[in-house]
Design a protein around this ligand. Structure first.
Ligand code: B12
Length: 486
């Protein structure tokens, strides 16, 4: 044995002001699910782990140094999405400055797609592509055993340097049986420091859970297949309820966020899960929210969800134009969105729609029609994102081929550029960055500043602080970070 392994897992700090401008105060900081899964898995294998989350902990150079001195890790793992990539590389450089011999490994969506580019940074020694639990453990094992580095070629899903050469081992198969993974050890995180969007907070404390991985659809804007794959895999109802029990009874949850990409892919499993939640009496203790597709819900399912404590369902509606929905390869109909929202309302659920503006070839008239559609179908809440071409997606390839992306300034790959102090990275032909920015703010303003929406938001407020936050957000919705031009 070279040394006993110890792993420090880092979620890079994120410049909320830069990314979300006036909305920064209301932006959510979410428990880093990837790190909690990796950390729990390693701990179960006997490896001490600490999580250092820059979303909720100060991440200055001095703070990083303190973590390294105190915890003495033998390896540091950093997770990153695309807009956080510059922050992730910055952390890697700080770590190498403190201790050049400390191996740095990166994982998450961005490195999974762009392993080669991420490894061009000499401060990154390894990239773990795709699901990371087993891969990172095998890497830790190899690095802590005498001569273990010789075994790196056997670690599936790993990209590493062999002399001057960059080697990408074959991909690792996805874990089929999610019940085999240990239930996340939430004690590794300062849970009370996280906060969710005010619009999806109905009761506190709010805790989060992931019950499935993978999505069988091929939407051209989504890159989750690079980490979670196309196959929908889900935990058994018992396994999920065992974790809910812990979240409720040990961590005081009064509201749960189901973080799954799509909670309702498999109707049978959703019914089974609802039945078990009701059987265990959770519907009397918690409210919860989830997200899913408009073509996968029906009245009996939505009613069962309501009975099991569901408060709000978020639907990926994207646009009010069938032409654009088809272009996105969403595989759903505009009318199904209208119907799903109506059914959910009948079942007593609140609804939220996630909408996209600035889809390739979208005209200004179509953008305005999407805003109108979101208002007309009776959604309680809506989020309007600017279409962002994440690496690995069809939209990214299209935007590159048509010279519609200005360089690769990763921090600008944000769907909230309308509020950020930078321009959107992607501007469809015939549109301008400024037009998209004002459009995003106009969408939010038009949607939320209707009497019904204001009342809805105020009804959810549980404290004077919430109402203060509401007005701060409202001000930002009107003005963004810049002067209002439209
Ligand atoms: C829940 C979620 C969120 C949550 C929580 C984010 C968080 N703090 O964890 C919220 C709503 C806050 C969110 C925000 C954003 N999200 Co998001 N989100 C997701 C979602 C639906 C699930 C992520 C998840 O928890 N998965 C479960 C865990 C277990 O899987 P995982 O994260 O992939 O981690 C595994 C592997 O990647 C790997 N791994 C990950 N990190 C590391 C690190 C190391 C060291 C190693 C070894 C391995 C490793 O091992 C893990 C365990 O198997 C995914 C879609 C998806 N299915 O991945 C999108 C997704 C990750 N989000 C995405 C995006 C773009 C964003 C935003 C940037 C949107 C924006 N504002 O513009 C923001 C980021 C802001 C921020 N500060 O985090 C994109 C990422 C695309 C990209 N190329 O970066 C995804 C893939 C969806 C998509 N549209 O394609 N998101």
């Amino acid at each position: 044995m070279k040394s006993d392994p110890r792993v420090l897992l880092v979620f890079p700090s994120f410049d909320y002001e830069e990314q979300y401008g006036g909305l920064a105060k209301a932006a959510s900081s979410m428990v880093p699910v990837s790190l909690i899964y990796l950390g729990t898995y390693l701990k179960q294998k006997g490896v001490p782990v600490r999580i250092f989350d820059g979303q909720v902990m100060e991440q200055t150079e001095a703070a990083v140094r303190l973590q390294i001195e105190e915890f003495a890790p033998t390896m540091v793992g950093i997770t990153t999405y695309t807009p956080m990539a510059p922050d992730a590389h910055k952390i890697a450089s700080v770590i190498k400055k403190i201790d050049p011999s400390l191996p740095v490994v990166m994982g998450g969506t961005h490195p999974s797609v762009l392993a080669r580019e991420v490894m061009a940074d000499p401060n990154v020694d390894y990239v773990v592509r795709g699901e990371g639990e087993e891969t990172v453990f095998e890497l830790v094992e190899a690095l802590s055993t005498e001569d273990g580095e010789k075994n790196l070629d056997k670690v599936l899903g790993l990209t590493y340097r062999k002399g001057a050469e960059l080697v990408s081992n074959p991909a690792r198969a996805l874990e089929v049986d999610l019940d085999k993974l240990p239930i996340p050890d939430w004690s590794m995180l300062p849970l009370d420091r996280y906060h969710q969007l005010p619009e999806s907070t109905f009761r506190t404390p709010v805790r989060a859970i992931l019950t499935s991985r993978g999505c069988p659809y091929k939407c051209v804007y989504c890159s989750s297949r690079y980490t979670s794959g196309y196959k929908y895999r889900y935990r058994s109802a018992d396994n999920v309820c065992d974790e809910l029990d812990i979240l409720i009874n040990q961590y005081g949850a009064r509201q749960i966020l189901f973080l799954d990409d799509n909670f309702v892919v498999n109707k049978k499993r959703t019914h089974e899960l609802m039945d078990e939640m009701i059987r265990r009496g959770f519907h009397r203790k918690i409210l919860w929210t989830c997200a899913g597709r408009v073509d996968q819900v029906d009245q009996p399912l939505l009613e069962k969800m309501k009975a099991a404590g569901c408060k709000l369902m978020s639907f990926g509606i994207e646009t009010g134009s069938q032409r654009l929905l088809d272009l996105l390869k969403k595989g759903a109909k505009v009318e199904q969105a209208r119907k799903a929202v109506e059914l959910a309302r009948k079942a007593g659920l609140k609804t939220r729609g996630t909408m996209m503006l600035g889809i390739p070839t979208e005209t200004r008239e179509e953008s305005l029609a999407t805003i109108k559609f979101a208002k007309d179908i009776g959604l309680n809440f809506a989020k309007f994102s600017l279409t962002t071409p994440y690496p690995g997606t069809e939209i990214y390839n299209y935007a590159k081929e048509n010279n519609l992306i200005e360089g690769e300034d990763w921090k600008r790959f944000s769907s909230q550029a309308g509020y950020a102090n930078f321009d959107p990275i992607f501007v469809p032909e015939g549109r301008t960055a400024e037009e998209l920015k004002t459009l995003q703010r106009r969408a939010m303003r038009e949607f939320y500043f209707r009497p019904r929406q204001v009342l809805d938001m105020l009804k959810n407020m549980s404290s004077v602080a919430d109402i203060g936050l509401y007005f701060t957000v409202a001000k930002s919705l009107v003005f963004g970070t810049q002067k209002l031009e439209d």
